[in-house]
Design a protein around this ligand. Structure first.
Ligand code: SF4
Ligand code: SF4
Ligand code: SF4
Length: 180
């Protein structure tokens, strides 16, 4: 998948910037899949081995240099290369990788009554369906049971309206306290 504007032409970049608008809040960081929030901050040495190993190049240094997932660069294939590359006991592959699920903001083109199904087209799990709405374009609906939290829908959205957030009761909290 193309990166978040990195591989796109200037016209498309401008369109995306225009449609995105200003972010209203800094999103909580998402750490690599299978990384345990209770251990992550204390044990991560910020060596960058996980990011270097990621074939999708979606891991980058975030707050304090800790690796964070950037779904604007692409989706997670759940290949496990990040976990395999880490020399610290941070990753638990016996548990689900995370329970991230998409949230669609009001800036969604379909919500704005513009026909768009980019997220549906990008979803490898068929977890996004569009339902007819009276007086407007069909609206996206997420099947959270079918969704894997791969993030493919994030970069696919031309309005930047899709974000992945942690659902309650999951291990990855999205914002563990970093022990700098
Ligand atoms: S490989 Fe492990 S220790 Fe190194 S940055 Fe990634 S999670 Fe942290
Ligand atoms: S599981 Fe694979 S694609 Fe996903 S973040 Fe880790 S290395 Fe990257
Ligand atoms: S995060 Fe869920 S809804 Fe989005 S593309 Fe992946 S499986 Fe589909």
């Amino acid at each position: 998948m193309a990166g978040d504007g990195l591989d796109r032409g200037p016209v498309d970049q401008g369109r995306r910037s225009l449609l995105r608008g200003r972010p209203t809040a800094v999103p909580a960081p998402i750490h690599p899949p299978w990384s345990h929030p209770d251990y992550f901050a204390a044990l991560c040495t910020r060596c960058g081995a996980c990011a270097a190993a990621c074939p999708e190049a979606i891991l980058r240094p975030g707050d304090g240099g800790y690796p964070e997932v950037d779904f604007g660069r692409g989706e997670c294939s759940f290949c496990g290369a990040c976990a395999d590359a880490c020399s610290e006991p941070i990753f638990d592959r016996t548990a689900p990788p995370w329970a991230l699920r998409p949230t669609v903001a009001p800036s969604c083109l379909a919500v704005q009554r513009v026909v768009c199904r980019s997220c549906q087209d990008a979803c490898p799990e068929g977890a996004i369906r569009f339902q007819p709405a009276s007086g407007g374009a069909a609206q996206p609906r997420i099947d959270e049971a079918a969704c894997t939290g791969c993030g493919a829908c994030v970069a696919a959205c031309p309005a930047g309206a899709v974000t992945l957030t942690h659902r309650t009761g999951t291990r990855q909290t999205g914002s563990p306290a970093h022990a700098d």
